[in-house]
Design a protein around this ligand. Structure first.
Ligand code: TXA
Ligand code: MG
Length: 328
């Protein structure tokens, strides 16, 4: 049986999926679980994440097992306060300017790794570490509850599948296999954080995301795209990623037999990512709409053209990966 089918089956069979609405009870329970080496799905401003205590090897290993994530795909260390990043990474002057401008927020920085107490399981073999300080409802209560370490937190979906932007999406992928899901409602961003590899005087856009590339112009005069070789070596950048079960056809002005049509702007469909042609709204709706259209009787999701400006770059990036050849 395909792993994702097996998970869906297990969650359907299971009586108790542990979901609590955001609030003090949920935060206290989450801290208890994290301290005990368990896993908690947490809302962020981008997508829901599957969190583990970053200093706990066994907990981090559970994240990889539950997602079915390749062991060589490193995780982002999430810090709850910007100043915590200094313990994990060397903060270059350019990185500091980006931190001051965008944290807490949907920006991940790949920086020179420092020796720290974090589990080596999630990328300890690399000379760099990815660090992000998310803007969330739970960061402050966690700090007030005495939490002092970072969290390794990939998106809370089965590896290779669509990222979750609702608590229900997490429940659909993992059911009761995750110890707790905190329901913070739909995510504001809708696509993952922007990932920048920061060098002394330039940066490389490893993953377009919730912050548009244009927004870095005041801070980075030299923003580069990764060379092809790097695209192939970073596992999270594999071509077939973020994929629904159905096939995906891009730049579709109309749809045919067996296809569900996802519209944008004037090209209307069964659902429309943004009638106003707003790429921010399209990013917010993208994963929810792909999940809704990914019904058993749909063989292909046909998607209207979306401009490459603003968050259109991230939306097109995810759609291109969703449409990539999955045979390899
Ligand atoms: O918005 C987000 O970033 C979400 C939320 C939950 O915070 N998290 C997320 O994590 O998208 P994940 O694991 O699904 O994606 C992390 C990406 C992967 O493509 C991974 O390969 C890359 O970051 N990455 C992690 N460490 C890296 C490093 N040292 N160098 C280059 N890429 C790295
Ligand atoms: Mg992911």
């Amino acid at each position: 049986m395909e792993p994702e089918r097996r998970f869906a089956y297990a969650s359907a069979m299971n009586k108790t999926v542990h979901i609590l609405p955001e609030g003090q009870e949920a935060y206290a329970r989450a801290l208890e679980i994290l301290r005990g080496g368990g896993l908690v799905a947490l809302p962020t401003e981008t997508v829901y994440g599957l969190a583990a205590d970053a200093s706990n090897d066994a907990a981090v290993a559970k994240v990889y097992a539950l997602k079915g994530r390749p062991a060589r795909n490193p995780l982002i260390a999430h810090v709850l306060s910007p100043d915590w990043a200094q313990d994990l990474a060397r903060i270059t002057p350019l990185a500091q300017r980006l931190i001051d401008a965008f944290w807490p927020g949907p920006l991940t920085l790949v920086l020179p790794r420092k020796e720290s107490g974090l589990s080596k399981t999630a990328g300890g073999w690399l000379a760099t570490i990815a660090v992000r300080c998310p803007d969330t409802c739970w960061s402050r209560p966690f700090i007030e509850g005495g939490w002092t370490t970072s969290l390794f937190m990939p998106s809370a979906n089965l590896s290779g599948r669509i990222s979750p932007t609702r608590a229900a999406h997490v429940a659909a992928d993992f059911g009761a296999r995750v110890d707790l899901i905190i329901d913070g409602g739909p995510c504001r961003g809708g696509v993952e954080s922007t990932v920048l590899e920061v060098h002394e005087d330039y940066a490389v856009l490893l993953r377009p995301g919730t912050i548009a590339a244009e927004d870095f112009a005041p801070f980075i005069s030299d923003l580069r795209l990764p060379p092809k070789s790097q695209v192939l070596s970073a596992p999270g950048m594999l071509a077939s990623h973020y994929a629904p079960r159905a096939g995906v056809r891009l730049n579709a002005e109309t749809s045919g037999e067996g296809e569900a049509h996802l519209g944008f702007g004037a090209v209307d469909g069964e659902l429309n990512l943004s009638r106003e042609g707003d790429t921010v709204e399209a990013a917010r709706n993208l994963y929810e709409y792909l999940r809704r259209l990914d019904r058993a009787e749909v063989s292909v999701i046909a998607i209207a053209p979306i401009p490459r400006t603003g968050l259109g770059q991230a939306v097109n990036d995810r759609l291109r990966r969703a449409a990539a050849d999955r045979s390899g």
